[in-house]
Design a binder for this molecule. Structure first.
Ligand code: SF4
Length: 476
């Protein structure tokens, strides 16, 4: 419903606990925000791996009856938003295969940029693919490997893929966690008693009572078995490219990603934005939930009070159906409602994390004005989004990104805002603090750290589309 980049996926792995699959369920539940199309859990008991997966939300799929057969001391789990491959059950993860090296299940967060090229080659060699997901390529490479050990076969297969991958894999007696050498997507490592946990965000560890130890390092393959944890570094060092959008929007603010507090960095974005784009106004209002942390920082830095002038209905799911065709134009009100007593007669600073197409922002500005605001100043805590992502995030094509095709003043006019300012790229990286050069910022710069296939390049074509021709979805 909201005009945002879509989250990617969450992965979770745990080894060394009698309640492994129940804990995987809780871990996925905590990370549901990263993908809502499908979810699955694979469990291993030392002899075999079994998997259960389905379309839908974690809590709807995993009843106690469906969790009961998932016995064993190790489990991996996945929630999916499809960034490569269609949204259907065969593409749900973990994907489980049985091959010459034995059974292996895999769960992946990210997108492989050379998946099609590898798939074409493997198909010519006789491979038969079951899914349209890029992840399956890794399993085929694993199955074809002539390496003597499972560890070596895994290392050989992940060494052939390029792009963004944080992975958890499960064999009957091993949990494997791996991260691409650029470190695009997060993968944290923690402990729960004697058990090891690997997951996309530390909020999953908080729920199960595990303690964050460190990140799986970019380019590291971690193998956890009865004999303990072994670390392998099979890749040549590459330029680090942690996805800065994890800090801007994706990750939960109570998580640590890339070893840093999301809440702290997101609040820093607001402080920096207030220094870079000050404005005389009466009240700072976040667009919930994504704008809240930055609004706190903006209010703190500017001294202008923050109030919750927009209230979000948390019970609106992705499947909201308009009850009657004749009742139209609920628009954004289904999800957000303005608080007139806070907005009426006020000069309002509206803070949000990003603008993608601009359609929702325009509705919100109009709604705030209709509630009596005399001025609406939009402040955005990331730079203008001008280019799509090829590393595991679902983004519209470039021609649909409003900032790729319009000037700041044109966007302001379209939004009907009194003023509009974005944080600068320098301000964003300054707010991230140490390690600023280790982030990917391609969606703000159009400069990509890894080449992607030529057919993807069509995505970057600009088709200029004047905003005036767009139908206004608010006004009947
Ligand atoms: S292009 Fe943007 S969304 Fe994609 S990995 Fe880079 S920073 Fe993240």
């Amino acid at each position: 419903m909201f005009d945002k980049f879509n989250d990617e996926c969450a992965i979770f792995g745990l080894s060394g606990h009698a309640e492994a699959s129940n804990l995987a369920y809780l871990g996925l539940y905590a990370m549901q925000h990263r993908g809502q199309e499908s979810a699955g859990i694979a469990a291993a008991d030392g002899h075999r791996v079994i998997v259960t997966k389905d379309m839908g939300y974690v809590a709807d799929i995993f009843t106690s009856e469906r969790l009961a057969p998932l016995t064993g001391h190790a489990a991996i789990g996945h929630t999916r938003y499809s960034t490569a491959g269609e949204s259907r059950l065969t593409n749900a993860q973990p994907i489980l295969i049985d091959c010459a090296h034995g059974q292996i299940a895999i769960a992946h967060n990210g997108t492989l940029v050379n998946a099609q090229e590898l798939k074409d080659h493997l198909v010519r060699l006789g491979s038969i693919f079951q899914t349209s997901s890029d992840t399956e390529v890794i399993l085929h490479l694993f199955a074809r490997s002539r390496a003597a050990t499972v560890e070596d076969a895994i290392i050989e297969s992940v060494s052939q893929v390029r792009g963004a991958f944080s992975l958890v894999m499960l064999t009957p007696n091993r949990l494997i966690a791996a991260r691409d050498p650029h470190g695009f997507r997060p993968l944290a490592l923690g402990k729960l008693g004697e058990a090891w946990v690997a997951c996309s965000e530390t909020c999953a560890m908080d729920l199960i009572g595990a303690t964050y130890v460190r990140d799986v390092e970019p380019g590291e393959v971690v193998v956890i078995s009865e004999t303990g944890l072994k670390s392998y570094k099979p890749f040549l060092p590459e330029r680090l490219a942690h996805c800065v959008f994890e800090h801007v929007y994706f990750a939960r603010p109570d998580s640590y990603v890339f070893g840093r507090s999301v809440n702290e960095i997101r609040t820093n974005f607001g402080r920096t934005l207030a220094r870079e784009a000050p404005v005389d106004a009466d009240v700072v209002v976040p667009i919930p939930d994504s704008g809240v942390c930055a609004a706190v920082g903006f209010a703190e830095q500017s001294g202008i009070p923050m109030r919750m002038g927009l209230i979000r209905n948390h019970y609106v799911g992705r499947t909201f159906i308009q009850p009657q065709q004749s009742i139209r134009h609920f628009g954004v009100r289904v999800k957000l409602n303005p608080v007139r007593s806070i907005l009426e007669g006020k000069r309002v600073i509206l803070v949000d994390d990003s603008i993608v197409r601009g359609t929702t922002s325009r509705k919100i500005v109009r709604m705030v004005k209709a509630a009596g605001a005399t001025e609406v100043h939009m402040r955005i805590s990331c730079p203008p989004t001008i280019s799509p992502c090829f590393y595991g995030v679902d983004t519209p094509r470039r021609s649909e990104l409003i900032a790729a095709t319009h000037t700041l003043e044109e966007i302001r006019k379209y939004l009907d805002a009194t003023s509009l300012r974005y944080i600068t790229l320098d301000g964003l990286l300054e707010s991230v603090g140490q390690g600023r050069s280790s982030y990917c910022t391609s969606c703000y710069t159009g400069q990509y750290p890894i080449e992607f296939p030529r057919n993807e390049a069509a995505y970057l074509q600009l088709t200029l589309k004047p905003l005036e021709q767009e139908r206004d979805p608010v006004t009947p």
